[in-house]
Ligand binder design. Structure first.
Ligand code: HEC
Length: 198
């Protein structure tokens, strides 16, 4: 028998017992792992788009689902950027040697939309003047692959953008024009354009 006072406080069985059961560590690891997986799947990893998508009210507006005329216009813009912008420029400003401007063009800002309806359906070739500048190039019938609605949307977009203020174009306008000009050759320059009665 020793005289150490600790012997009285702790029996050999007690000192062997672990103060915290091992399964708790296992459980904590499991929870940590689970949380990690959850974070990975749902957090977006601190991406600004996930945590603060709307920095301005204009940005919030851009994310709203659009309806009616706004949706039609937005679709026109989308189609324009896919099909027309490579030649006519993102802002309708035209490109030297490639395509004349649509912004402020006398062929776009017309009271009736008949001419702009025909240009993408038939194509245009030969000399024309746009804002006093002569162009003598060719445009293929870039709109033939578009549905009536998509072409109407593009035309509405170009007639209502970059300072242009001409009236919108409807699906029915395009549909009727498609039937009217089916099989016609490309429009022959300025004379051909002027022959399309406004
Ligand atoms: C590959 C290039 C190219 C693409 C793509 C193109 N255009 Fe053109 N566009 C031209 C050229 C070139 C002219 C002028 C043709 C000429 O000199 O006779 C023209 C002329 C025009 C004109 C009349 C002139 C003016 O500037 O107002 C309009 C309107 C027009 N394009 C609309 C469109 C629309 C709408 C689209 C898309 C659906 C489109 N274009 C796609 C090349 C292009």
């Amino acid at each position: 028998m020793s005289n150490d006072p600790k012997d009285d406080l702790q029996t050999p069985e007690q000192s062997k017992a672990s103060p915290v059961p091992v399964w708790i560590f296992a459980a904590m690891l499991l929870v940590l792992f689970g949380s990690g997986v959850y974070f990975d799947r749902h957090s977006g990893w601190f991406d600004a788009q996930v945590y603060a998508p709307y920095r301005t009210s204009a940005e919030l507006e851009a994310y709203q689902p659009k309806s009616g005329a706004a949706a039609f216009f937005a679709e026109g813009q989308r189609q324009y950027s896919i099909i027309c912008a490579s030649c006519h420029g993102d802002n309708g400003q035209g490109k030297p040697g490639q395509a004349p401007p649509l912004a402020d063009s006398e062929w776009v800002n017309t009271s009736s939309s008949k001419r702009v309806e025909q240009i993408p359906q038939l194509g245009l070739t030969g000399l024309i003047h746009v804002k006093g500048e002569a162009w003598n190039l060719q445009m293929a019938a870039m709109g033939v692959g578009l549905s009536d609605s998509d072409l109407a949307a593009v035309l509405t977009y170009i007639r209502g953008s970059w300072g242009n203020t001409a009236s919108p174009v409807t699906d029915d306008d395009v549909k009727a024009m498609r039937a009217l000009v089916a099989g016609h050759p490309p429009i022959n320059g300025e004379a051909g354009l002027k022959a399309i009665k406004e």
